[in-house]
Design a protein around this ligand. Structure first.
Ligand SMILES: [Zn+2]
Length: 275
């Protein structure tokens, strides 16, 4: 006769006498006697040591200015001027050059993509997003910074558009929690926003019961997970760390919830908007 898997509880599971109660709740495959015990277990699970984030490539990325010079997109003078004004504006070099109208947007995109060693799509047709996969909740897509537009089911590869810098940790989190490998293509910021809007309208049409919730701290996350367990009777929880938040995926038969727990005081804009 099994016991409640919460080690501080250890209540016996009364299989014959109280079948209703004996049903209990399943969390990550183990039996728990109550919502409180699931919450406790989830809270402990969220404290598990973070997975070490893989280091970026062995070589430091080439500087954007060097790449743009190499592409012949800007002159030495232009670069100097942009670097100078960058000091007062605090903008990134690519943004600065665009703001000063000193380099074609496509050249900057090309250089940013080269810097990250990925492909780029200068004229991305956002309607492709409508025909792509839509099983990720929109707010998760937004927080990850990766908008899917095509899937290779056989290879479990998801073609996604992103902006610079490439959200590598989000790509690793996606692989860990969904089993899909993201193949990123860089697009301009405005194009990415359009792609996200298109994704939102497409995902809403599909009407799946999937939600994304930003929660402050692991206590609030554990309470949410316990609520899901109560609703679905059996859920699993898996976690992955992104740069600025922990992504917790809670899956049951009827619903999938993505919980985003910001890990920095001021989360990235994507997470902030998701609230
Ligand atoms: Zn218990």
């Amino acid at each position: 006769m099994p016991r409640c898997a919460d080690f501080t509880c250890g209540r016996w599971r009364p299989e014959r006498l109280a079948p209703k109660w004996a049903a209990g709740l399943r969390f990550n495959g183990h039996w728990y006697c109550s919502r409180e015990c699931v919450e406790h277990a989830a809270r402990i699970g969220l404290d598990a040591p973070a997975i070490a984030t893989a280091s970026a490539g062995a070589l430091p990325p080439l500087k954007l200015g060097v790449l743009l010079r190499h592409l012949g997109a800007i002159s030495e003078d232009t670069l100097d001027r942009a670097l100078e004004s960058q000091r007062s504006t605090g903008r990134r070099l690519g943004e600065e050059l665009l703001a000063l109208n000193q380099a074609p947007a496509e050249a900057i995109l090309k250089a940013l993509a080269a810097q990250s060693n990925i492909s780029y799509l200068p004229a991305f047709d956002v309607t492709r997003v409508m025909h792509g996969p839509s099983w990720l909740p929109t707010d998760t897509v937004r927080a990850l910074g990766l908008v899917p537009f095509e899937a290779n089911e056989a290879q479990k590869r998801l073609h996604v558009v992103c902006t610079a810098p490439v959200p590598r940790s989000a790509m690793r989190a996606l692989l860990k929690l969904t089993g899909w490998t993201a193949e990123p293509y860089m697009v301009e910021d405005d194009t990415w926003q359009q792609a996200l809007r298109t994704y939102r309208s497409t995902a809403e049409v599909s009407g799946q019961r999937r939600e994304t919730v930003t929660v402050v701290g692991p206590d609030a996350a554990a309470a949410r997970i316990a609520d899901s367990a109560l609703l679905d009777r059996s859920v699993t929880m898996r976690t992955a760390n992104c740069d600025q938040y922990t992504w917790v995926r809670v899956e049951g038969k009827q619903q999938v919830s993505d919980l985003l727990i910001p890990t920095v005081e001021e989360p990235c804009p994507a997470v902030r908007i998701a609230r």
